[in-house]
Every structure is written in structure tokens, then in C-alpha cells.
Design a protein around this ligand. Structure first.
Ligand SMILES: CC(C)(O)CC(=O)SCCNC(=O)CCNC(=O)[C@H](O)C(C)(C)COP(=O)(O)OP(=O)(O)OC[C@H]1O[C@@H](n2cnc3c(N)ncnc32)[C@H](O)[C@@H]1OP(=O)(O)O
Length: 265
């Protein structure tokens, strides 16, 4: 295992590459369709920590393989756990690291995003899917229910009717249906997936990082608080950005008809 602070890093189950101001994280357990075991989650979290600490990274893309973003929690690793094991370990808690990343995160999903794979993608800020992507929460077929936020985030994304349909039947939803339902932001050809996700991430990373971070935090408030509280939070964040050099630069550049040079400060 090498450190994730350099331009590239190779772990046993995760690959990391720095592409300009974007951190590209690739889940890499191809033989198990990127099933999410404890090691993969630990390595993913290590890379996310490094991306957060790196001032030259302004956005993160998480992807998998063409066949699978991730086929869920590793069932073989999980199957013999007891209630005592899962409650004492707080099984799944380490998966939530991604929800505390303050920089924008895009999930680039091709192939299967099932169970914990779908839940991991939904923890990102938005999903770009390939036309081969298949989403689902099939935990009911294993005698359990989603445990990494699926009942909550899927319902907020697609509404009660479709969430109930997917979670209670365990069926898969293709990319077109996922886009219509509002789960994914856009669908692109499979061959272009990573390039399109990187393009979107590079654009985001070219803007002022404090603006992007506060935009993300403000949108997330919409899921956690009342409209009045959310609007109040947004107003404070908007006002706070007038304390940044980037606000001065962005508005001066507009008035002077030139591209802005953001310093992320
Ligand atoms: C996080 C929580 C709490 O919400 C819980 C969960 O995530 S539970 C897991 C939910 N996911 C699933 O139930 C999906 C399980 N996988 C499948 O249904 C199928 O593998 C498939 C439809 C994704 C793909 O089918 P197919 O193309 O026929 O490939 P397979 O031969 O089935 O799989 C290839 C290889 O990968 C292994 N595999 C696949 N998924 C998992 C998994 N979730 N955990 C562990 N291993 C997985 C599969 O066993 C095969 O390996 P071998 O057995 O051949 O070595």
C-alpha cells in the first residue's frame, strides 16, 4: 500500500490519480464486482482524507469498472456476522466518511450499482451514469434491508412510490429510468463516462473552492432542515463569500470582461 498524497497511488482495492485539480478514485475489486469489503472502505476513506487535505484538489470523482460501480456490501464477508458483531462494530459507520467530504464529489456509475453500491453513489453530490448503469436495493432478497442510507436517500431522490417499488421488490432500474426518476443527473455513453465525469469535476474545480463548498453545504441543508432555516443558512453563506478574494476577483473579472483567476481564498 502506498500513500495517497502523491499524484497516483495504488492500494489493493482502490486506485487514485490526480488529474489537474481533480482526484479520480477508482474502486478496483473486479473479480468481486467491486463488492464493498472492510478493506475497500478503509482504503477509500484514506484516499478521501488525502483529497480533503490536498489544497490542489477542488473536486473528486469516484468510479468503478465498466461492469460494476459496486455490487453492494461484500456478502461473503458479511454473512456470518451476528447482531453482537454488527452493533458493537457499528457496521457500516465507516462507509459514511464520504458524506463528510466538504469538496464536491461526483459518482461516475457504469454497470451494477446495487445495495451498498447504490447507497455509496447516492452519498456523492451527484451521479453521472453510463447508459449501461443498473441501480437497485436488492437487500430484501438477502433477508435484510438497506443499511447504508438506501431507504432514506433513495426515497428523497425518487419519491416514495419508486423507492418502495425498488426496495420491496429488489428489482434493478436502468439508467434511463434512473434519470427520469431524478436519481442521476445525466446519462452518457459508457465509453465516455469517466471523461465526462472528469470534465464536470474539472469545471467545478476551476471555480472558487469556498463557493463550491458552501454551495454544496447549502444544497445539502435542503434535506436536513426547514425551508426557512435552509434559506437563512444560504443567506449567511452568500454573505460570507463577500469576505473572500475570489468574490472580488469573480465580479471584477465580469466587469472587466476577462476570465477570473480564482485563488480559492
Ligand atoms: C450495504 C447494505 C447494508 O445495504 C447491504 C448490501 O449492500 S447487501 C448486497 C447487495 N447486493 C447484492 O445483493 C448484489 C449481489 N450480486 C448479484 O446479485 C450478482 O452478482 C450481480 C447481479 C451483481 C451480477 O451477476 P453476474 O453478472 O451473474 O455475476 P456473478 O457471477 O454473480 O458475480 C461475479 C463475482 O462477483 C461476486 N459478487 C458479486 N456481488 C457480490 C457481493 N455483493 N458480495 C460478494 N461477492 C459478490 C460473485 O460472488 C462472483 O464471484 P465468485 O463467487 O464467482 O468468486
Amino acid at each position: 500500500m502506498t500513500s495517497a498524497s502523491s499524484e497516483t497511488a495504488s492500494f489493493e482495492t482502490v486506485l487514485f490519480e490526480k488529474k489537474g485539480r481533480v482526484g479520480l478514485v477508482t474502486l478496483n475489486r473486479p473479480k468481486a464486482l467491486n463488492a464493498l469489503n472492510a478493506q475497500l472502505i478503509a482504503e477509500l476513506n484514506q484516499v478521501l482524507d488525502a483529497c480533503e487535505a490536498d489544497a490542489d484538489i477542488g473536486a473528486i470523482v469516484i468510479t468503478g469498472s465498466e461492469k460494476a460501480f459496486a455490487a453492494g456490501a461484500d456478502i461473503k464477508e458479511m454473512k456470518d456476522k451476528t447482531f453482537g458483531d454488527v452493533i458493537l462494530q457499528d457496521f457500516i459507520a465507516p462507509w459514511e466518511r464520504i458524506t463528510r467530504v466538504r469538496k464536491p464529489v461526483i459518482a461516475a456509475v457504469s454497470g451494477f450499482a446495487l445495495g451498498g453500491g447504490c447507497e455509496l453513489a447516492m452519498m456523492a453530490d451527484f451521479i453521472i451514469a453510463s447508459d449501461t448503469a443498473k441501480f437497485g436495493q436488492p437487500e430484501i432478497m438477502l433477508g435484510v434491508i438497506p443499511g447504508a442510507g438506501g431507504t432514506q436517500r433513495l426515497t428523497r431522490a425518487v419519491g416514495k412510490a419508486k423507492a418502495m417499488d425498488l426496495i420491496l421488490t429488489g428489482r434493478h432500474m436502468d439508467a434511463a429510468e434512473a434519470e427520469r426518476a431524478g436519481l442521476v443527473a445525466r446519462v452518457v455513453p459508457a465509453a465516455d463516462l469517466v471523461a465526462e465525469a472528469l470534465k464536470a469535476a474539472e469545471k467545478i474545480a476551476s471555480f472558487s473552492l469556498p463557493s463550491a463548498m458552501l454551495a454544496k453545504e447549502s444544497v445539502n441543508r435542503a434535506f436536513e432542515t426547514t425551508l426557512a432555516e435552509g434559506v437563512r443558512f444560504e443567506r449567511h453563506a452568500f454573505h460570507a463569500l463577500f469576505a473572500t478574494e475570489d468574490q472580488k476577483e469573480g465580479m471584477a473579472a465580469f466587469a472587466e470582461k476577462r476570465p477570473p483567476q480564482f485563488k480559492h481564498a
